[in-house]
Design a protein around this ligand. Sequence first.
Ligand code: 1GP
Length: 280
Amino acid sequence: MSLRSCGLWSKTDCCLSHEARRQAFNFLTQFGLYLTTLQRLLNIREQRGAGYLVLIDPDKWQQNKLVELASQANEAGADALLIGGSLLLSSSFDNLVGLVKKQVDIPVIIFPGSPTQVSQYADAIFFLSLISGRNPTYLIEEQVKAAPVIKALGVEPISVGYMLIESGRITSAEFMSNTRPIPRDKLDIAKATALAAEYLGMDMVYLEAGSGAHNSVPDEMVGAIQDYIERPVIVGGGIKKPEEAQAKVESGAAFVVTGNILEKEHNFTLLKEFADAIHR
Ligand code: 1GP
């Protein structure tokens, strides 16, 4: 939960300084009166075994369908919505996030493809660093640009080590970031990279095969990494069937993400099937 969504933040009507609001927020959080979005996610993992995150790419949906998807995902038992995309050609990202937020009571988390994808209406933002690559732009440069904006908007940052895993063809994330993914059979490199994220203090690790990937992240890799590190592992990219999502959870994944399959099939009944397969 962000300063804004717990009601301690308002552009116009709050007489408290930013620092006073932050202190009040910390106090309430400390005594369990408000949960941060990260805490809500961690609780979900504990209570349901694993969490289901539904990715909405604003470029792939007409506005009315996008809002319907958000609301259906909420009903079907998804644990949070991720919003973002590699390109984001559509304008008014902020308004879209606001619209979605009004439809749901689950957290709305920005999954940014660039520093322009920030919104005052989101509960949190995945503050990603592309740790599988060696391109400084996505390791630290974009983060430096985005950090002050996120602070000014009062959105909760969740620090995520983002790892691209080879998935059978060049994905948008790989192409746009100009980095090479970790080969699917190199468990040692993947484990070491995830552990480095944990030692750098990141909250979560995201294993990404890429949107619409031919092959999702191998179950063996998911299991090897989650056995090796303490931080929760998120898995996404190319997951097409509920059974596949279930296999990721059985291998140890803390969170599973789907996006493309819903865009492709526009079949909202899949949402419940995925949620049931992922939760225990
Ligand atoms: C992409 O991991 C997400 O960033 C989801 O991938 O669209 O293939 O489900 P899909």
